[in-house]
Ligand binder design. Sequence first.
Ligand code: PAF
Length: 278
Amino acid sequence: MQIHSAISDLRAALSGKGRVVFVPTMGNLHAGHIALMTQARALGDTVVASIFVNRLQFGPNEDFDKYPRTFADDCEKLAVAGVDLLFAPTESDLYPEPQQYQVDPPEIKNQLEGEFRPGHFRGVATVVLKLFNIVQPQVAVFGKKDYQQLMVLRNMTRQLALPIEIVGGETVRAADGLALSSRNAYLTPAERREAPRLNRVLQAIADAVRAGNTNLSQLEQAAAAELDAHGWKTDYVAVRQQGDLQAPQAGNGELVALAASRLGTPRLIDNVEIRVNV
Ligand code: PAF
């Protein structure tokens, strides 16, 4: 696996590499990321991963400084997963001057995750557009675990007519249902035992909706109450349309239940897609 930090070196290395599939990450890779690399391998000729902890998408009180940086370990995992090129820029490679031109997503940037992480999606969209311009992939793969991120990036790509196919990768879970996340490392052993409840309450919503329950706000409130009764501090539980994460409209059976809740130090997010016949 080649590793490049300079934009010009990466561009030179990519010339004539056929169909390029790109998987951007912030490192600290786990089995969920590796599944995205494996998925990418099957989608083109050359797999490019990136590792860059993007300051722009972290709020002032978030964990940018603490975010685990495990570069050597990540490189080994990427090489084993068959990644061809790794782009690992420093901050001065990617932001040699203050990034004054940014991508401003629409109102969804202030909802769900955006309500609790102001500026987050602007930072994500900006860095991803910049990475797209550098790597110029034909395909890019993002995990469904960050469902709202995937939706924002898919819609950005479509609306800006970028010639890139956006592919979603299924969430990888521990045997007890907990979605793999770099932030699970912050859980104490007792919190780790409690953590699968987040997925269970979302599965319960999905089951109820599939069984015909249409009282979504009651389902959302019951799920949040169950979490909070077990020591969580819930930011939101919401059932939305998959395509734009707006409130479900009659006749749209492609839904997703999403939640974010804090358990001790880490704030965990998860989601479950729901398809109902309408
Ligand atoms: O999902 C992530 O790891 C990041 O948000 C991304 C897409 C690499 C942008 O920094």
